[in-house]
Design a protein around this ligand. Structure first.
Ligand code: SF4
Length: 190
C-alpha cells in the first residue's frame, strides 16, 4: 500500500519513512513547501531530499513553488498566527494532489516535529481529507524525531536552523535582535 507523504525536509522524513515501511506502507514523498525562504534555503532542503529519495528507493514528486510573494501575502494579515495558514496551504495541496492522482491516503512529515502545533496540524489534515474525499493517514511520528535527526546528521544531510519562513528565521535571532535594538543608533567612526 502506498501513501502520499508531504515532506517538509529530508531530516524529518527519515524516521517517518522507517516507521511507515515497518508497517508495510510505502511512502511516496511529495515536496511542496512554498513557505521556505529565502531561495538558497529552499534549494538546500529540496536538493537534500532529491539526493536522499533515490538513495533509499523512494519515489519523490517535486512540486516546485518558491512561493515567497504568495506565501507572505497569505500570512501577512496575522503574522503571529501564520502557522495555521501555512499548514493549510501545504496539507490541502497534498490532499488535493492525492485525490487527483489516485492515492488512497496522505500524511505529512510535519507530524514528526515536536516544534509544530500537532493538534492544529491534525485538524487541518482531517479537514483537507474531508474536502477532497481522500483518507488522512494519521501517525504521531514524534517518538522517532531524535533518532531520525541523529541519522540525518550521520548521513551528512543539510540541517536547517529554522522552521522555514523568514519570520521563523527572525524568531531564531529574536534575542540578538532585541539586544541590538537596545542601542538603535550606532555611529561608527574610524
Ligand atoms: S514558522 Fe514554520 S510552520 Fe509556521 S508559518 Fe513559518 S514555516 Fe510555516
Amino acid at each position: 500500500m502506498e501513501t502520499l507523504m508531504h515532506t517538509c525536509c529530508a531530516p524529518c522524513s527519515v524516521s517517518c519513512i522507517r516507521q511507515l515501511r515497518e508497517e508495510g506502507i510505502e511512502p511516496v514523498s511529495f515536496w511542496y513547501n512554498p513557505n521556505i525562504h529565502p531561495y538558497q534555503e529552499y534549494k538546500a532542503r529540496r536538493d537534500t531530499l532529491m539526493a536522499y529519495a533515490p538513495a533509499i528507493g523512494m519515489k519523490l514528486i517535486v512540486r516546485e513553488d518558491y512561493g515567497l510573494r504568495d506565501f507572505c501575502r497569505a500570512v501577512c494579515g496575522d503574522i503571529d498566527h501564520r502557522c495555521g495558514r501555512c499548514y493549510h496551504i501545504r496539507l490541502w495541496e497534498t490532499a488535493r494532489y492525492a485525490a487527483e492522482h489516485g492515492y488512497g491516503s496522505f500524511t505529512s512529515t510535519l507530524f514528526v516535529s515536536p516544534y509544530q502545533n500537532h493538534e492544529l496540524l491534525r485538524q487541518t489534515a482531517e479537514e483537507a481529507a474531508e474536502a477532497y474525499g481522500v483518507a488522512f493517514l494519521y501517525r504521531d511520528f514524534r517518538p522517532g524525531f531524535r533518532a531520525g535527526q541523529q541519522e540525518a546528521r550521520e548521513r551528512g544531510f543539510y540541517m536547517q536552523k529554522y522552521c522555514g519562513c523568514v519570520f521563523s528565521e527572525e524568531d531564531r535571532y529574536r534575542k540578538q535582535i532585541d539586544r541590538d535594538l537596545k542601542q538603535p543608533e550606532k555611529i561608527i567612526t574610524e
